[in-house]
Design a protein around this ligand. Structure first.
Ligand SMILES: C[S@@+](CC[C@H](N)C(=O)[O-])C[C@H]1O[C@@H](n2cnc3c(N)ncnc32)[C@H](O)[C@@H]1O
Length: 304
């Protein structure tokens, strides 16, 4: 079968052999060789990770990749694969290597400037969508927007919503702007550099947030992919993990009095503490914690 045009690797230095030694192997065998190296290093989902990186190098979608599984890998491709496999073996997350991560069935650009969006955060988008369905011109705030996962996914799925996206990190806001542009929602996602809700006024339908909630004392126990590559500003939630969420709940109280609902992602062992903080900040509010698909406490819900 002739090679597709997608698989031209330009300007790669030529080498006779590679440390992984996959030159001349079929794509399937090259993938398995990388997967074996990942397994030995303790990297989860080794086969899938090896496939994602090989498809990245070959510029192939999944269907085309499977159609070419028995084709040999070229010298240039083997060299390029070697480089990305080495980065992954050094525990760099594959999303930072490829520059992409899917969230809510949308392709997001990701860089080390922002957290890689996680599947469990889709629960917050679902809750927000359900709450604003049927509203004429809903206005929501995404606090700590990162790469824009919640803000952009919500805007892309709800044509009449406007999102105010805040973050203290200017590079993260720049990434949100890029993702909003790529999904044609930049006119409805307003990026604001702010500490939580500081400086915001008005009436919001939803305040949605995935702020840092890792306890500082747990930092050293995190996987190297997280600890050594993702921004600490996006993860460290202080001594009890809930410092920022607690501060946000107090800031959000006047907005909830006006009718907004708050959806905040939390750690699976933080439900009771998060509820207590919400009740202190808003004694008059209805407060609950909802589980994620795995049945673990994941989202604090506060409403009037
Ligand atoms: C866990 S990440 C979440 C990113 C994105 N919302 C997501 O779900 O993938 C938390 C984000 O909160 C931001 N952040 C941290 N402290 C903040 C603060 N005081 N005010 C606003 N944003 C903050 C971080 O820069 C980071 O982008």
């Amino acid at each position: 079968m002739p090679r597709t045009g997608h698989r031209n690797i330009r300007n790669q230095p030529r080498k006779a052999s590679t440390p992984l030694g996959v030159h001349g192997m079929t794509l399937a065998n090259a993938q398995h060789a990388a997967a074996k190296a990942f397994e030995v290093t303790g990297i989860d989902d080794a086969l899938l990770e090896a496939e994602i990186l090989l498809r990245h190098v070959l510029h192939l979608d999944r269907a085309s990749y499977f159609a070419e599984l028995n084709q040999p890998i070229s010298e240039e491709e083997a060299e390029a694969y070697d480089q990305v496999v080495s980065r992954r073996l050094a525990r760099e997350p594959s999303a930072y290597i490829t520059g992409h991560r899917e969230f809510f069935a949308l392709d997001f650009r990701v860089t080390p400037d922002a957290l890689i969006p996680r599947p469990e955060t889709e629960l917050l988008v679902e809750a927000t969508r359900a709450r604003i369905a049927g509203e004429d011109a809903p206005l929501i705030v995404d606090v700590g927007v990162g790469c824009g996962a919640i803000a952009v996914a919500t805007a892309a799925n709800q044509p009449n919503v406007t999102v105010i996206a805040t973050d203290v990190s200017f590079p993260a806001l720049a990434l949100t702007r890029l993702n909003a542009r790529l999904h044609n929602v930049d006119s409805r996602v307003a990026c604001v550099q702010a500490d939580l809700l500081s400086g915001l006024h008005g009436r919001f339908d939803v305040i949605v947030t995935n702020l840092p909630y890792v306890r500082t004392s747990d930092w050293e126990t995190l996987e190297p992919e997280i600890r050594e590559h993702e921004p600490r500003l996006a993860l460290d939630g202080g001594p009890d993990g809930l410092s920022l969420i607690k501060r946000l709940l107090h800031q959000a109280a006047p907005f909830v009095e006006e009718g907004a609902e708050v959806y905040a992602e939390i750690g699976d062992d933080q439900g009771e503490e998060a509820i207590a903080h919400a009740r202190t900040a808003m004694p008059w509010a209805n407060v609950a914690v909802l589980p994620d698909l795995a049945g673990r406490d994941r989202m604090l819900v506060v409403k009037r």
